[in-house]
Design a protein around this ligand. Sequence first.
Ligand SMILES: [Zn+2]
Ligand SMILES: [Zn+2]
Length: 227
Amino acid sequence: MPLFRRRPPEFAMPTGTLPCAESHCANQTAVACAYRDRRGRNCAIAFCPQHWTLVGGVVYCRRHAGTIAALGSAAATNGSLPELGNRGPSLVNWVAGAIDDGVVGLLERVARVGETVKTETAVTVIFDAKRRRRWERSWKLIENTGINLKVAVEVAADADDALIDARVGSCVVARGVPPWIARRRAGVDVSAQVDEEQRRLFSQFFLDNIATEVAQQRAEDFADRRA
Ligand SMILES: [Zn+2]
Ligand SMILES: [Zn+2]
């Protein structure tokens, strides 16, 4: 038995000495955002404890906390994080989260005996046949023989980072810029109530188009099986 036990390490909230970048905040306790993109560039915008966001105990600015939350903490350490200004993964995550219940319900309704719904909760990077990167979150109808149907929300890595696509199989069925981004680009301000309604309409538009294409592909699939 050791005579002296070492004191266990105690959790200490990070605290900094930098001025906070939030407008109207006078705190001098800010810590720089830990985000480092795939090109090795640091975000370095500093926020105080009231205005930063912690993900896995690490300080991020709000934008990059959204990216880390979308990609999962593992992405932060493997040097594959998107460019500093890229919102693609967090926007994909928002759209996917907004339609998640709807897509799962839809796939459960069309599932045949032996098929189950598999939901991907993290945004992942995908390379297409031409080695172009895109970020996607997906839902699949799977059977022991493989994937029978795939629904994805995605954004291209080298194009407009807010132009979100919904895909059923290989077919793009809906495309759009989330309403608050579209408004910011147009310099339009709206009430919280209008904002909420626009977000709802945007999600519904994606969901409706996905539902139409899923029904179509299932009908074709059914006809093929009978032929
Ligand atoms: Zn602050
Ligand atoms: Zn940041």
